[in-house]
Design a protein around this ligand. Structure first.
Ligand SMILES: *Cc1c(COP(=O)(O)O)cnc(C)c1O
Length: 368
């Protein structure tokens, strides 16, 4: 037994289980487990990353001004109200540290991103889940779960691992009915993939309401997950608070340089979006045609539900696919032990995983 005792709550935090990257079979792994970019990174971002190699002895910018200004220009925002982080994860953590502590509650929706719970617990606060309806965050249930102790509400929009989204009107209704001392965090990690007409990222709401912040990332559409780069757009007061508690050099110089190049690479963004627009519906349709339920997705991944029969369930499917080299994501920790999450990959990977899944179902049926 150690004599060193961490703050209460820290030992209750579940260690984050990242998407796996090794297979069980003697086959090259095809990783579809972490919602990474199917088409890799922008070549311009990779060049910019290499170009920084000569100046690695220098500290990076502390105020991140160049990238904040570039983001502001591109998205029509106020650069002074943007904060950059080592992934949007860091922004989520900073928000909990700044606004929630022991005795406070951090609310999110049933299948919301696991980081919300660990970020809350890391700050000593209590995570609270509100039930979803149809695998989608539900505004009435979230509002019903707000108490005097609620300090932060996280809404992943679109959400991971379900892939579902809330229309702009629902997000507005949520904000309109919240006490002013509750901060609404809209985690828009998959915003760029969502093409639904009634969807909005939420930046207008940020401009109108002090208690709303939107977080974004370079990890998904921009394919820079390995560099750790994300950002938030909030009210001046919230951004000032976060800047006080972040590390002064929280974003590395290669990340800043690659981020600048990535947002200027319209061609890459267009290719990434076109790829997703083609393969997300294809994957969805193919898997549904096998008789498996797929949650309608507004992202770059799908959530597949398996029957709960031994030999045909999600665990059996996962083991089978692993042996064939396809790494999907088990989502037991989300309370979805009957589902697997599958990221949209390159054409050959999508076709391969669909074929492997079909073989799995055929052999499972034959074994009955
Ligand atoms: C991937 C993801 C993020 C982004 O994480 P980064 O730290 O920016 O890599 C945030 N929220 C959700 C829901 C995600 O799935």
């Amino acid at each position: 037994m150690s004599h060193l005792t961490p703050r209460p709550g820290i030992l209750d935090i579940h260690l984050y289980q990242a998407g796996k990257s090794r297979t069980t079979g003697n086959v090259p792994p095809i990783k579809l487990s972490s919602n990474e970019s199917a088409i890799g990174s922008s070549p311009k971002a990779v060049d910019a990353y290499h170009a920084v190699a000569d100046s690695l002895f220098r500290y990076p910018s502390s105020d991140h001004l160049d990238l904040r200004e570039a983001l502001a220009k591109k998205e029509g925002l106020d650069a002074g109200r943007i904060i950059l982080g080592a992934g949007s994860d860091e922004i989520l953590q900073l928000l909990c540290r700044a606004y929630a502590g022991p005795g406070d509650e951090v609310l999110y929706h049933q299948y919301g991103f696991v980081i919300y719970a660990s970020a809350a617990q890391g700050a000593g606060a209590t995570p609270v889940k509100a039930p979803e309806v149809d695998m989608t965050a539900n505004v009435d249930n979230l509002l019903a779960a707000v108490t005097d102790r609620t300090r932060i509400i996280f809404v992943a929009n679109p959400s991971n691992p379900t892939g579902t989204y809330l229309p702009a009107e629902e997000i507005k209704r949520l904000q309109a009915n919240l006490p002013e001392n509750v901060l609404l965090v809209i985690d828009a990690a998959y915003a760029e993939f969502c093409t639904k007409e009634d969807y909005e990222i939420g930046t207008d709401l940020v401009d109108r309401c002090e208690n709303v912040i939107v977080t974004r990332t370079f990890s998904k559409l921009y394919g820079l997950a390995g560099l750790r780069l994300g950002w938030g757009y909030g009210s001046q007061d919230v951004i000032d608070v976060l800047n006080r508690i972040r590390g002064p050099f929280n974003v590395s110089s290669p990340a800043l340089a690659a981020g600048m190049a990535a947002i200027a690479d319209d061609d890459f963004v267009e290719r990434a979006l076109e790829h997703n627009a083609e393969w997300l519906p294809w994957l969805t349709g193919q898997v549904q045609a096998m008789g498996l339920e797929v949650t309608p997705s507004a992202t770059n991944f799908i959530l597949i539900r398996f029957p709960q029969e031994k030999g045909r369930d999600a665990t059996a499917a996962n083991n089978y696919l692993m042996a064939r080299g396809y790494i999907l994501r088990k989502v037991d920790e989300y309370g979805l032990p009957d589902c697997l999450r599958c990221t949209v990959g390159l054409e050959e990977h999508n076709k391969g995983v669909v074929a492997a899944l079909r073989d799995f179902l055929t052999q499972a049926r034959a074994a009955l």
